[in-house]
Design a protein. Structure first.
Length: 91
């Protein structure tokens, strides 16, 4: 049998190695996140009231403006995204 000091030391060593492994996976994103890229992304949102909002979602290379309420989600308009710099004023 192991004496209590060796048992506790081994338990702490295994726990420490496990904590370092979890930290490394999160830090370097070695999990499933790196393999799959989401086809849907929320690019912006704005609150209109306590529970109503407008959300711009990018899907299939297009931007879609959605109206979101507690009871529904409605597509308001779809458009191709503007290239960077378009619509910005020069100072």
């Amino acid at each position: 049998m192991m004496d209590p000091l060796r048992y506790i030391s081994a338990l702490l060593l295994v726990g420490g190695l496990l904590a370092v492994a979890v930290w490394a996976l999160r830090r370097f994103r070695l999990g499933n996140e790196g393999r799959f890229r989401s086809a849907i992304s929320i690019t912006s949102h704005a609150s209109l009231g306590a529970r109503e909002r407008l959300v711009v979602v990018r899907f299939a290379g297009r931007d879609h403006l959605l109206g979101v309420t507690p009871g529904s989600v409605s597509l308001l308009v779809s458009a191709d995204p503007e290239p960077p710099g378009v619509g910005e004023r020069e100072a």
